[in-house]
Design a binder for this molecule. Sequence first.
Ligand SMILES: [Zn+2]
Length: 401
Amino acid sequence: MPCLVCNSHRLTPRLDLGAHPVSSFFLKAKDAPETAYNVTLGDCADCGTIQAMQPVPHHALVPPYDWLFAREPEEHLDETVENIVALPGVTTDCVVGALTYKDDTTVDRFRRKGFTKTWRVSVRGDLGVDNPAANIETVQKLTTAERMTAIAARHGAADILIVRHILEHAEDVQGFLAGLAAMVKPGGIIMVEVPDCTTSLKLNDYCMVWEEHSLYLTPKTFMGLLARAGFEPIRTDIYPLPFENSLVQLARRGTPQTAPLTPAEVAAELTLLPAYAEAFPARTAGLRAALTKLRAEKGPIALFGAGHLACHFVNFHGLADLIDFVADDTPQKQNLYLAGARLPILPSGEMVARGVKTCLFALSINNENNVVARNQAFLDQGGTFYSIFAASPRSVHALIG
Ligand SMILES: [Zn+2]
């Protein structure tokens, strides 16, 4: 396959994590059959972008459950909306459009500022998809110039278009960007947000890799991406977060003047993935040794949080045999099993009931302290919380000798 961003054929596979099932496919029985997809990341010698060598097709990603949703970081949204409102030409008469449910809280912020002409692409009404479980994986696939031209004609082309945390899911990046452009008036503004992979690449945290992501962007490779689709960047902000920073770009539809990355900048990007790939075997061996020791000294180990990040940690590093169960109080997840690892998902009270002394957080680093505070009984029985994330102050990676 050519580069998703620039069509170059100079794409090199660097990190092959093996074949894994889709994380959202929680199993109803421990021995239920699964379909696995190869997860390999490569980088492009021409544009420097890290990407999936073979994105998992969208139809294989439609989850079998309709109660899944992603919570994206929101702390920076007030500031982002202020930045947009301060741009020349923006008045409360502007049409604010949005692509997915992840954009609703941003649109709400505009409405509170007096913007009344707002709309958001509806999965059922605009895209004609009846499956209530269809989500980001379906919207990214259906975001094409043709469909979006019709949607813009129906709702009114956007003066301001909000697109949070979906670009990195695009299977056909150039078609997706053309779809975005079709929704925006000439001279209109687009706000695109993606996760920044820099921290995970530098800290050798492989939970970053997700079968639903096609692009693994850094500030540099993100910077010029919208310019390829006819948007001139206005500003790109990096909002720091412990696991993945948020990258937010504001750009104006028009004739981009932005130059692509220089050869030196591309060369710098091309150092990231080879180093990350090279460190993988040692990190896996280190995590295995650390968990084996904890288990020998303290007994059973639980993971906390049955989401895709828990799947990645256990499945990519092959650690399922060292973990006993996943604690998660989400009612719909009870009695299901984690994809790939086939670990049972049980209420968090089981940690105390079963005398567990070691628990690994697989939830937002920002949320760790709250969960610690709610689990005094676990601490009272001598329990210790660690985190699967390299960037957490409780990181289990720190135990690697
Ligand atoms: Zn490329």
